[in-house]
Design a protein around this ligand. Structure first.
Ligand code: AHR
Length: 505
């Protein structure tokens, strides 16, 4: 059994963990929107104005801070004016990226904003650079956020919405190095500056513009964006062209061509997955280091607006729909990502898991009128207390908590901690597939009251939830916390995720 001591100074508060690190992503892809969020007003599935209520109820429990829409790759072929007005008159199009299926545009701007209101979340709209125009994007911002009287305001009002919405997060292009236009970094940076110029702040609505950024460890892309970030035409209200820069990184068990099955994997695949997941630390460090050169005050945010596991699609499903099961392994990928995100809290402002419903590493899977909460859902729920909390550094001293995986070394214990409103929250993962780990939580600087803990694990790494067995992987309370002079001692089972919560005394 591995042994570890986690020293946490409760009186040394670090950077604020932005709640937006717990952000989400909903693309017009497979059954994420249609069948997932949206069933239409005539559906027998309970809905409000066409929006599926069981999905809303499940997601409200996660305190989702923001939702990115409409893509992804889809965003760069989406023309927002096709998605307003009477639904039966909306033009149709082909979703060429995802399954070549027809898109009827029934879920558009008003439906998305209604969804955000039901979820109590902030919209993050991803604008079309790849096949759209500057005017189109500029008018979308005006339509959504301008008050008073103007051509787009009149159009919005004609479609039944008097008041402007408040929209902060605005993506300028998506993966412009690939599906968003196959551009070079230099060309993309120029285009982003151009589009950003015309994405105006209307009235009190202040946009947080997010430039389409790098894939994985393409630090040159980030450097190119950072070199060109200063808006020299903005002397009246000095600002950078874009306030955030995106990056995408997905976790797989192998190369792109052989990502592996979501549930039919062995222990070697599992360890390779964990090595891939923990790569995000190196990637975030690399981008942050480049950004520090140009922005030492850390005003520009790093936005990981796509992350998560990407497996082969479930057998028999449309390959373009990216529908995959979600096992305990996915939950552990999420847990270790959050520990790393918290460590990068000073630069990392937002992260969006891909994607919320029925696509890639989802929170919920639907099948007709059935809804299943995934193991990943439970990690988001158990960790939600970290949102907007002050991070606390965790100094882990371990013995034996390591595995050699090919050429890589995998630390099998992962942890992070924070404090908010007088409550300490500690998250711990034991990534070892077979060995338990005894952990002593050596909490210094402040005393705590009675601690409680919750555990997420299962017999097998491959275990997952289904409509027939929805609770196979679900949290339970964990009563085996020993209070000693050295601290709180607990034994983490193999492949488990645990949270400890305690009030400051
Ligand atoms: O999340 C699925 C796809 O992955 C997104 O559409 C795209 O941005 C990325 O390549």
């Amino acid at each position: 059994m591995a042994n570890a001591t986690a020293i946490i100074n409760l009186d040394l508060e670090g950077s604020k963990i932005s709640r937006h690190l717990y952000g989400h992503f909903a693309e017009h892809l497979g059954r994420c929107i249609y069948g997932g969020f949206w069933v239409g007003e005539d559906s027998t599935i309970p809905n409000e104005g066409g929006i599926r209520l069981d999905v809303v109820e499940a997601l409200r429990a996660l305190d989702i801070p923001n939702l990115r829409w409409p893509g992804g790759c889809f965003a760069d072929e989406y023309h927002w004016k096709d998605g307003i007005g009477p639904r039966d008159q909306r033009p149709r199009m082909v979703n060429t990226h995802w399954g070549n299926v027809e898109e009827n545009n029934h879920f558009g701007t008003h439906e998305f904003m209604a969804l955000c209101e039901l979820l109590g979340t902030e919209p993050y709209i991803s604008g079309n650079v790849g096949s759209g125009t500057v005017q189109e994007m500029s008018e979308w911002v005006e339509y959504l956020t301008r008050d008073g009287d103007s051509p787009m305001v009149r159009l919005r009002k004609a479609n039944g919405r008097e008041e402007p919405w408040s929209v902060k997060f605005w993506g300028i292009g998506n993966e412009t190095w690939g599906c968003g236009g196959n551009m070079r970094a230099e060309y993309s940076a120029d285009l982003v500056r151009q589009y950003a110029t015309y994405c105006r702040d209307h009235g009190d609505n202040k946009l947080y513009r997010i430039a389409s950024g790098a894939s994985d460890d393409d630090y040159k892309w980030t450097r190119t964006l950072m070199e060109q970030i200063n808006c020299f035409g903005c002397e009246a209200t000095p600002r950078t062209f874009y306030q955030g820069i995106s990056v995408h990184h997905y976790t797989m068990a192998g190369p792109w061509e052989a990502k592996g099955s979501a549930t039919d994997f062995d222990t070697d695949d599992y360890y390779r997955t964990m090595v891939s997941a923990r790569e995000i630390d190196r990637i975030l460090t690399g981008h942050s280091t480049v950004m520090d050169i140009y922005d030492p005050g850390r005003k520009v945010g790093l936005v990981l607006d796509e992350w998560g596991t990407w497996w082969d699609v479930e057998p028999g499903t449309n390959p373009g729909f990216l529908f995959q099961q979600n096992s305990l392994r996915d939950a552990l990928v999420a847990g270790t990502h959050f520990d790393i995100f918290h460590k990068h809290a000073e630069r990392l402002y937002m992260a969006n898991i891909a994607q919320t419903v029925n696509v890639l590493q989802a929170m919920v899977l639907t099948d007709g009128d059935a809804l299943v909460l995934t193991p990943t859902y439970h990690v988001f729920e158990m960790n939600k207390g970290h949102q907007d909390a002050a991070s606390l550094a965790v100094h882990l001293r371990t013995e034996g908590a390591r595995r050699t995986v090919g050429d890589a070394e995998l630390d099998t214990l992962s942890a992070s901690a924070s404090v908010k409103d007088g409550t300490v929250l500690i998250s711990l993962s034991n990534l070892d597939a077979e060995e338990p780990a005894e952990v002593t939580l050596d909490l210094r600087g402040r005393s705590i009251g009675e601690a409680t803990a919750r555990l997420l694990t299962a017999d097998r790494l491959q275990d997952h939830n289904s409509a027939e067995a929805p609770g196979t992987v679900s949290p339970r309370s964990f009563d085996e916390l020993k209070v000693t002079e050295q601290g709180l001692i607990l034994t983490l089972p193999p492949h488990s995720f645990l949270t400890v919560q305690a009030p400051l005394a």
